[in-house]
Design a protein around this ligand. Structure first.
Ligand SMILES: Cc1ncc(COP(=O)(O)O)c(C=O)c1O
Length: 399
């Protein structure tokens, strides 16, 4: 494969393992915990990093290496790695980047468990944490401290789809805190839509459970960035701090899912745009948030930094009580009530009581996460069928 191949070629071919004499098309699953050394001396050299080669699956495994290389190519990073969950990726990277006495500055709208790791977890170990609205760059500037070591945000944010200007935050962070890292959770966009590292970020994190795998059958996380930092995340954050190791079989499934990332995300985006426009025109819908709609307050920033579309998630509120809203979701036939996102199936959830139930009511309000918001992960079914299901159940509420 040529180094400058296109996205689709890379998502299929990067990291191909050559196994002389067998040459399987699909990478075999290296379902092994440890690797044999030819001699005691060889084992010692591998531990001392004086000789390349596998040692033990917590430190590396061919299936895991392969997907790390793939993500790195797709995200334009020097190196990539995989963990056993998105939270495994968040914790591994942050335990590596921060120490007691450092300050973490993060956006206030975060996936619920990232929010609780920051506010209840890291703070127990002497890390100072401030959450502000990163879509207001002046608020970010005002919250910077001399000990700020990490700027952290998602964009689009979960679940309220705020758009944060990656280039503007990275510029501010690097000008004011040269040692700090800008870490972006790129789960909602994927590298097919947005490449934070090209816009000045230092590290990208994914819940690979979502679009990177895309089939709702794996929990996994990934990160990509500069080679020396990713090596530190592997040999300290993952090896010693979290131990959040991905299984070889799960790595194989992610590798398989990645082969169709672009066509899946493209269809998610097309379907989501149709669903968003339908919801915007329905009298039972009070408000629709979708970065692809002209009505989104940061549509211009989304257009600037999202290359091929605006993602597969649509958030909306109904002209209805909480009970009626639950009645609506309960009556849906095709759309499934479930958390997670990025799967072939359309999934709908109520963030305030599900994915974001870790937030207090005050923190929800502060972050602009409405208690009546519904989040829909638009799947790969026919858009007309998804819309028909939503329409039937919205019309039933009207009566
Ligand atoms: C934006 C985002 N980041 C991180 C995570 C955590 O990922 P996982 O559930 O794979 O641990 C999630 C999970 O929903 C998420 O939505």
């Amino acid at each position: 494969m040529e180094k400058n191949s296109g996205f689709a070629t890379q998502q299929i071919h990067v990291g191909k393992l050559e196994i002389p004499g067998i040459a399987p098309l699909a990478t075999p699953i290296f379902q092994t915990s440890t690797f044999e050394f030819a001699t005691t001396e060889q084992g010692a050299k591998r531990f001392a990093l004086e000789e390349p080669g596998y040692i033990y699956t917590r430190l590396g495994n061919p299936n895991i290496t392969k997907i790390g290389q793939k993500l790195a190519a797709l995200e334009h990073a020097e190196a990539g790695m995989a963990m056993s969950s998105g939270m495994g990726a968040v914790t591994t990277v942050l335990w590596t980047a921060l120490k007691a006495g450092d300050h973490l500055l993060a956006d206030d709208a975060l996936y619920g468990c990232t929010f609780s790791f920051f506010t209840h977890g890291l703070t127990r170990y002497g890390v100072e944490v401030t959450l502000v609205d990163f879509s207001d760059i002046e608020k970010v500037r005002e919250a910077i401290r001399p000990n700020t070591k990490v700027f952290y945000f998602e964009t689009p944010t979960n679940p309220n789809l705020k758009i944060i200007d990656i280039e503007a935050v990275a510029k501010l962070a690097h000008e004011t805190c040269p040692e700090a890292k800008v870490i972006v959770d790129n789960t909602f966009a994927t590298p097919y839509l947005q490449r934070p590292l090209d816009l000045g970020a230092d590290v990208v994190i994914h819940s690979a459970t979502k679009y990177l795998n895309g089939h709702g059958d794996v929990i996994a996380g990934m990160a990509a960035g500069k080679a020396d930092f990713i090596q530190e995340c592997t040999l300290f954050g993952l090896k010693d701090m979290t131990g959040a190791v991905l299984g070889p079989f799960e790595a194989y499934l992610i590798d398989r899912g990645l082969k169709t990332l672009d066509i899946r995300v493209k269809k998610h985006c097309e379907n989501a745009m149709k669903v968003a426009k339908f919801l915007e025109g329905h009298p039972m819908v009070k408000r629709v948030i979708y970065p692809g709609l002209e009505s989104h307050p940061r549509h211009d920033v989304a257009k600037k930094q999202m290359r091929n579309g605006f993602g597969g998630i649509v958030t909306f509120e109904l002209n209805a009580t909480r009970e009626e809203s639950a009645e609506f979701t309960n009556s849906l036939k095709l759309c499934t009530i479930a958390v997670s996102l990025g799967d072939a199936e359309t999934l709908i959830e109520h963030p305030a009581t599900m994915t974001h139930s870790t937030y207090t009511p005050e923190a929800l309000e502060e972050a602009g996460i409405g208690v009546s918001m519904l989040r829909i992960s638009v799947g790969l079914e026919d858009a007309e069928d998804i819309i028909a299901d939503l329409d039937t159940c919205l019309n039933a509420l009207k009566k």
